[in-house]
Design a protein around this ligand. Structure first.
Ligand code: HEM
Length: 508
């Protein structure tokens, strides 16, 4: 009798469990069309759910050995197995041949997902005709030959003022968290230089110096970042199909819509005001160019909104990340700070308000920023291309049509076969002595696929020149006024950096 009961229970259990098990086996299967490469265990993609391991530790433990040996691995990313590449010649092939390895962002891969709602179809993730249209409209605004340094200097000085006040407030015995103010600074710089959202002192959009949360569109950025990178939803975006089941997804969609509407309303108000004040004024900002294309019918309202959002996001968060890493790196290596400060103070004597040429002519400053980008590439990994036809990557690795492929910049930048045994050390001197030498090496390594913080070839970053200038100017101002050390209690992770700021004489 007891035996019969237990076998009935077992059968019921099997009937209940079998369909989900079969479904999971099918869902997680590795397609036969994928190349024969080592596979990163799937649990690594959701490790963040139960482990506090940083991305650097995860990379060392699971990625480094197979990537350095095979040049590529299979990785579970955004709901499918994809090919992650780190061999420079294969990367160069991928970057050069966009007609084969076409951009296919989340709007193509997972159009229903929260992240696709956020970014839509834009200049970074579009392919073909749409990309040509967006580039034709926006490129001139992103790649201005001469960027005005006055406002960059002013905003950098303001960030330093805010940090000094913060340190005074907490007292000399406690470290300060710099992340929130760095984000505000990055958002303000982007708003003023690309979107024309800075309207002087009374500007309600300027967030630096205001309490956290005072400027809603800036505050939304922290919510968006925390929402997007939740490991479970990031790795299994199919869960986004069920917002009625997961209340956090419902609120994620609402946040993305709020950001979209908030930005659209602000830009439309700015454009309206501009037309009323001076309709003939030159329109050299990305937001003006997009506005003009929208009102003349060259792009739809959705395309207008999507490209505004990507400009907002990409033009602030990469600089924000780089500066946060900079605070950590230079706060643990005071010798670099000292050497850089010497160069800066020397220049500031004759150029207290340096132009773009003066800033870009400083060799050690240039080398430090290039080295920061090597060791802390803000865009560390991207898998946003799809093979449009069967291909042999680099003439060696068979890639079937429809396979998603991507790259990992840290893998390339930290490989000792490429950068030498000291690849993981910060050594600005490796870039050379003169600025010309450094720029030459920067160009060569980019073309070879061995230095890819801004990607390379056809789809490389269009904001590179501005981003480099922005970070150099901040360093110029920051090092002229303060020195800092990282709070000894802080461990490097993808968490806020806490520093002790020590004031210097006001020079810059
Ligand atoms: C430190 C700062 C920055 C870094 C590290 C960075 C990095 C990158 C990378 C890696 C890509 C290639 C993305 C891909 O392959 O899908 C890219 C593309 C792009 N970036 Fe940046 N970026 C930075 C700042 C900026 C800024 C300030 C702007 C100005 C709005 C900008 C605009 C763009 C655009 C428009 C593209 C797309 C180019 C195309 O596909 O034609 N970036 N960036």
């Amino acid at each position: 009798m007891a035996l019969a009961l237990s076998s009935i229970l077992l059968s019921i259990l099997l009937i209940i469990l079998l369909p989900p098990l079969l479904f999971l086996t099918w869902y997680l299967r590795v397609s036969r069309t994928l190349p024969n490469l080592p596979r990163i265990p799937i649990y690594v993609s959701i490790l963040g759910l139960w482990s506090s391991m940083g991305q650097d530790e995860i990379y060392e433990r699971w990625f480094r050995a197979p990537l350095e040996k095979h040049g590529a691995v299979l990785v579970w990313f955004a709901g499918r197995w994809s090919v992650l590449v780190s061999r420079p010649d294969w990367l160069t092939d991928m970057f050069r041949n966009e007609h084969i390895y076409a951009k296919a962002g989340s709007q193509i891969k997972i159009p229903h997902a929260v992240i696709a709602t956020l970014v839509g179809d834009n200049i970074i993730n579009a392919h073909g005709e749409n990309w040509k249209v967006y580039t034709g409209i926006m490129k001139a605004g992103l790649q201005k030959k001469v960027f005005e340094t006055t406002s960059l200097l002013k905003q950098s000085r303001k960030l330093v003022d805010v940090l000094i006040d913060l340190q005074k407030e907490v007292g000399a015995n406690r470290g300060i968290l710099i992340m929130a103010d760095v984000q505000k600074w990055a958002v303000d710089v982007m708003s003023e230089n690309f979107l024309d959202l800075d309207l002087k002192k009374t500007n309600p959009h300027q967030s630096l110096g205001q309490p956290n949360g005072a400027v809603r569109i800036e505050a939304l950025q922290s919510i968006i970042k925390a929402t997007l990178f939740k490991p479970m939803y990031f790795s299994f975006p199919d869960l986004d199909h069920f917002p009625w089941l997961f209340p956090s997804r419902k609120s994620a969609y609402n946040t993305m819509r709020e950001f979209d509407n908030c930005l659209y309303t602000m830009i439309m108000a700015m454009l309206h005001k501009r037309t009323q004040i001076n309709p003939t004024q030159s329109k050299d900002m990305v937001s003006h160019m997009l506005g003009e294309a929208y009102t003349s019918g060259r792009i739809t309202e959705k395309q207008f909104r999507d490209n505004l959002k990507i400009t907002f996001l990409t033009a602030h968060e990469n600089a924000q990340q780089l500066v946060t890493s900079m605070f950590w790196q230079l706060g643990t290596r005071v010798d670099i700070q000292d050497r850089l400060r010497e160069e800066i103070l020397d220049t500031a004597k004759t150029h207290p308000n340096p132009s773009q040429e003066i800033i870009n002519g400083l060799p050690y400053l240039t080398a430090v920023v290039l080295e920061l980008l090597r060791l802390f590439p803000p865009v560390c990994q991207l898998i946003n291309r799809v093979a449009l036809r069967p291909a042999l990557l680099g003439g060696e690795l068979p890639i079937a049509k429809g396979t998603f492929v991507g790259w990992n910049a840290w893998a390339v930048h930290s490989n000792p076969d490429i950068w030498g045994e000291d690849a993981r050390e910060f050594r600005a001197e490796r870039w050379g002595e003169s600025v010309e030498e450094m720029q030459g090496r920067f160009r060569r390594e980019t073309v070879r696929g061995t230095y890819i913080p801004f990607n390379a070839h056809k789809r490389k970053c269009l904001g590179q020149g501005f981003a480099l200038l922005q970070v150099k100017i901040l360093l110029f101002v920051l090092l002229g006024r303060v020195s800092w050390v990282v709070d000894p209690a802080y461990r490097l992770k993808m968490t806020p950096v806490s520093v002790f700021l020590l004031g210097l004489d006001d020079v810059c």
